[in-house]
Ligand binder design. Structure first.
Ligand code: URA
Length: 425
C-alpha cells in the first residue's frame, strides 16, 4: 500500500499514532530513497516532540530490522551473548569484556560502530593498534567466533540499513535524544545481529544521552521489552556517567588502559563494571558459577585478547602511538574533587581530535585526555589533574576552554554513588 508521507508527518506532528502499514511503508520508502531526508527529518522531529506508543516503537523496530539482512549464529557450538552500551566518555568496557566473556566458552559477536559526537567508538579505539582491521567477511566472523569466542568488528552495511541512514540524519538534525528513536535504533541492530542474549549498559548522567535516572529507566525498560518480545533474552544495567569511566578518554589511551585491565590491573571502576557486566552476560546464558576476576588475574582473558587482535591483523605487541603534543591541566584549588563532568571531558577530548564532527571525518588515534585524579581524591592547588594529548597543537586552547567549570571541589570527602545504579529485566 502507498501512503502520502506528508499525511504521516502531519499525523505524528499532531500527536496521533502511526499504524503498522504506515510505519512499514515509511521505513521501506526511506531506505529506498522514495522518502527524502528532509521529510524523514521532519518525521524524526515530530517523533522527538510527540513520542510513540509501545506498539509503534515495536513496529518501527521490526520495520528497520526488515530493511536488511539478519544474521544467524545458531550453527555455532556455543551460545551467543552480546553487550551494548548507550555510550559514554571513557567507556572502553567492550575491549576487556569480550575476551573475558569468551574465556567461559560463550561466543561474543560484538558488531560495533564508530564514535559520533563526544562519545567514543569501539572501532576507533581498536584502530589505534597497528595493523588492526575492523572489516571482516561473514566467513571470517563465524570462523573467529568458533575458534576464539570473541569478535569485535564493524557491523556490515546489510544490517538494519534504515537505521544507518536515519541515525546519520538524526545526528545532524537534533533528534538523537528521543527514547523511541534510540530504543528502535539500538534494538533493530541487536535483534538483526542474531545474538541469543543481550545485556544493555544504559548510561545515566551528564556524559550520557539520558541525563536523568527516570529517562534512563524508561529507555532501559523499552529496550528490554523489545528484546524479550523478539526472543532475545535481554536485561539492562543502569550505570553512572556523570564522571568519565577510568582514567582515560581517547582512542589509543583507552586501549592502553584496557590492556592494563586484561593484565590484572587498571582502574577500579573499569574492573568493577567489566566484571559485573561479564557476570550478567554469563548468567543470561545460564552460567552462574563463574570466577570472572580469576580469569583476568591469571591471564586467560589476555590470552584471548592477543589472539583476537592478531586474528584481525593487529600486532598486540606493537607500541601504541603517542601524541606529539601534551598539555598539563592543574587543580585550581586545594580540597577533595567533588565532580569531574563527563560531558565536558568528552567534548575536550573530541576537540583534541579523538572524535569526529561528521561521519567521514578522520580521528587521531593519539588524541585524548589522561586523568590523574578523580572525584573523591584529595588534591592541592597546582597539582596535575589531567594531561591533554593531541598531534595538533592549535587544538589545545579550545580543548582547555571545554574544561572550564568541569571540575568542582569540596572541603570534605564527597558522598559518591556506586557505578551500578539499577537493573531492569
Ligand atoms: N546508539 C545507537 O546505535 N543509536 C542511537 O540512537 C543512540 C545510540
Amino acid at each position: 500500500m502507498n501512503f502520502d508521507v506528508v499525511d504521516l508527518i502531519r499525523t505524528k506532528r499532531d500527536g496521533g499514532a502511526l499504524g503498522d502499514a504506515e510505519i512499514d511503508w515509511v521505513i521501506d520508502a526511506y531506505t529506498r530513497g522514495g522518502v527524502g531526508d528532509e521529510q524523514m527529518a521532519a518525521m524524526a522531529m515530530a517523533i522527538f516532540l510527540r513520542g510513540m506508543s509501545r506498539a509503534e516503537i515495536a513496529r518501527w523496530t521490526a520495520a528497520m530490522i526488515a530493511s536488511g539482512e539478519r544474521m544467524d549464529f545458531s550453527g555455532l557450538s556455543k551460545p551467543t551473548v552480546d553487550k551494548h552500551s548507550t555510550g559514554g566518555v571513557g567507556d572502553k568496557i567492550t575491549l576487556p569484556l569480550a575476551p573475558l566473556v569468551a574465556v567461559f566458552d560463550v561466543a561474543v559477536p560484538q558488531l560495533s560502530g564508530r564514535g559520533l559526537g563526544h562519545t567514543g567508538g569501539t572501532l576507533d579505539k581498536l584502530e589505534s593498534i597497528p595493523g588492526w582491521r575492523a572489516a571482516l567477511s561473514n566467513e571470517e566472523l563465524f570462523a573467529q567466533l568458533d575458534d576464539l569466542g570473541a569478535v569485535i568488528c564493524a557491523a556490515g552495511s546489510g544490517l538494519a540499513p534504515a537505521d544507518k541512514k536515519l541515525y546519520a540524519l538524526r545526528d545532524i538534525t537534533g533528534t538523537v535524544e528521543a527514547i523511541p528513536l534510540i530504543a528502535s535504533s539500538i534494538m533493530s541492530k541487536k535483534i538483526a545481529e542474531g545474538t541469543s542474549a543481550l545485556v544493555l549498559d544504559v548510561k545515566v548522567g551528564s556524559g550520557a544521552f539520558m541525563k536523568s535516572r527516570e529517562q534512563a529507566e524508561e529507555l532501559a525498560r523499552t529496550m528490554v521489552d523489545l528484546g524479550n518480545d523478539a526472543g532475545v533474552r535481554t536485561t539492562a544495567l543502569l550505570t553512572g556517567m556523570d564522571t568519565p569511566l577510568g582514567l582515560t578518554a581517547g582512542n589509543a589511551l583507552e586501549v592502553r588502559e584496557s590492556v592494563e585491565v586484561l593484565a590484572g590491573g587498571g582502574p577500579d571502576d573499569v574492573v568493577e563494571l567489566t566484571c559485573t557486566l561479564t557476570r550478567e552476560m554469563l548468567a543470561a546464558v545460564g552460567k552462574t558459577d563463574v570466577d570472572v576476576e580469576a580469569a583476568l588475574a591469571d591471564g586467560r582473558a589476555m590470552d584471548i585478547w592477543r589472539r583476537m587482535i592478531a586474528a584481525q591483523d593487529g600486532d598486540p605487541d606493537a607500541p601504541l602511538p603517542v601524541a606529539k603534543h601534551q598539555h598539563m591541566v592543574v587543580a585550581a584549588e586545594s580540597g577533595h574533587i567533588a565532580r569531574m563532568d563527563a560531558f565536558d571531558v568528552g567534548v575536550s577530548a573530541w576537540r583534541l581530535g579523538a572524535g569526529r564532527a561528521r561521519k567521514d571525518d578522520p580521528v587521531q588515534a593519539v588524541a585524548g585526555i589522561e586523568l590523574h585524579a578523580k572525584p573523591g581524591d584529595e588534591v592541592s592547588a597546582g597539582q596535575p589533574l589531567m594531561t591533554l594529548h593531541t598531534d595538533t597543537e592549535e587544538r589545545i586552547a579550545r580543548a582547555v576552554d571545554a574544561l572550564d567549570g568541569a571540575v568542582s571541589y569540596a572541603d570534605g570527602a564527597p558522598d559518591l554513588p556506586g557505578i551500578v545504579l539499577g537493573r531492569v529485566e
